[in-house]
Write a protein that binds this ligand. Structure first.
Ligand SMILES: [Zn+2]
Length: 301
C-alpha cells in the first residue's frame, strides 16, 4: 500500500468548532508524520470559521460537484473557489496529494458518534468497517439523493465524515472534543495497521441506508408550523413504524408516520438542515458482508 498523505479537515462548516479545537490540540501533541504517513490538518472553511457561521456564500460541503466545470468554474462564491483550492492543493492530483480525506463535523441532533459515507466505495467500506468494529459506531450511507450532492470527501478516492453530536453550533463541549481526539488517534492506528497488512475485517457491517428526507409541516405562508414530536426528538437511530408520531403542530395535531416500511430516522431536528427543508432523514438497515477486495483496493493507490 502506498498511502503517503492523509487530509484531516475540520471546520468545513464554520460554526462546528469542536473538531477544530480537537485537531489543534491533537496537532500540538502529536507528530504530523506517523509511521511514514504524513497528516495534513486543515480548516475547511477558514472565513466562515472566523465569522462563526456555517458558510459565507454557499455550503462548502455541497460545493465539490462532479461536473465538467469543477476545477475551472469560477462563479465568485467563496466556497466554490475554496473547494477548487482544496482539490488543487490536496486532491489526488494536487501539489500535496492526499489519498484519504477525513472530514470532521458536529450535529445538533442526538446522533452520538457516527460515520457518514457517500456511495459504496470499497475503500470507504474498509475504513468504516474498521471503525465500526472498534467502537460499534453506526454508519449512515448517504446515496441516491439528487437534492444533496457535492460532498467534500467524494472529491478524494477514499474518505469518510465523522459526525458527532448533540452539540449546539459555536458551543465548545470538552466531551465532544475528547471523542474527536479519540477518533483521530484511532484512525491513525487503524490506517497504520492497514498499511502493514495487520488488519482483520469484521465479517459484516451494519449500515443505515438513506431513503429520503422529510420537511416540517408548514402553514400556507410556507412557515414551519410544527415541532418535532416529544416522542421523536432525540430518538435518532431508533426504529419507527406506521402510526408513530413525528410532529406536533401549533393546533395540537399529531402528524404521524404513515408508511408501512420500517424506518430509522437520523438528523432529527438538525438546526442546519432547516434551510434545506429537512426535519429528519429516513434510513433503512442493511447488513453488508465484508469483501477482501476492500483491503486489496488500498494497494492500488
Ligand atoms: Zn457540518
Amino acid at each position: 500500500m502506498t498511502i503517503q498523505r492523509i487530509l484531516i479537515v475540520s471546520g468545513t462548516h464554520g460554526n462546528e468548532i469542536n473538531p477544530v479545537w480537537a485537531v489543534k490540540q491533537f496537532n500540538r501533541k502529536e507528530n504530523s508524520l506517523y509511521n511514514g504517513i504524513e497528516y495534513e490538518y486543515i480548516i475547511g472553511n477558514p472565513a466562515a470559521y472566523e465569522k462563526g457561521c456555517r458558510y459565507i456564500d454557499v455550503d462548502l460541503n455541497r460545493s465539490f460537484k462532479e461536473s465538467e466545470n469543477f476545477g475551472k468554474h469560477k462563479n465568485g462564491f467563496y466556497e466554490t473557489n475554496r473547494a477548487n483550492y482544496l482539490v488543487d492543493e490536496f486532491g489526488i492530483d494536487g501539489s500535496k496529494p492526499c489519498q484519504i480525506a477525513i472530514d470532521l463535523h458536529t450535529t445538533t441532533a442526538n446522533m452520538g458518534t457516527s460515520i457518514v459515507m457517500y456511495g459504496r466505495r470499497s475503500k470507504d467500506f474498509c475504513l468504516a468497517a474498521l471503525l465500526q468494529n472498534k467502537f460499534g459506531l453506526p454508519i449512515y450511507l448517504h446515496e441516491k439523493d439528487k437534492a444533496q450532492t457535492g460532498f467534500l470527501v467524494e472529491a478524494w478516492p477514499c474518505g469518510l465524515v465523522i459526525e458527532i453530536g448533540p452539540v449546539a453550533q459555536n458551543f465548545y463541549d470538552q466531551n465532544i472534543i475528547n471523542r474527536f481526539s479519540l477518533i483521530i488517534s484511532s484512525l491513525r492506528e487503524e490506517i497504520d495497521k492497514l498499511k502493514n497488512n495487520l488488519i482483520e475485517l469484521p465479517k459484516e457491517l451494519v449500515v443505515h441506508v438513506h431513503q429520503g428526507s422529510i420537511d416540517y409541516p408548514r402553514n400556507e405562508k410556507g412557515d414551519i408550523d410544527s415541532l418535532i414530536h416529544p416522542e421523536r426528538i432525540n430518538q435518532d437511530w431508533k426504529m419507527i413504524k406506521k402510526g408513530d408520531p413525528l410532529f406536533l403542530d401549533s393546533q395540537g395535531i399529531i402528524h404521524k408516520y404513515e408508511r408501512d416500511q420500517l424506518i430509522w430516522p437520523v438528523f432529527i431536528g438538525e438546526v442546519a438542515y432547516k434551510e434545506k427543508k429537512i426535519a429528519m432523514s429516513y434510513t433503512k438497515k442493511e447488513v453488508i458482508c465484508s469483501k477482501k477486495q476492500w483491503v486489496q483496493e488500498f494497494e492500488s493507490f
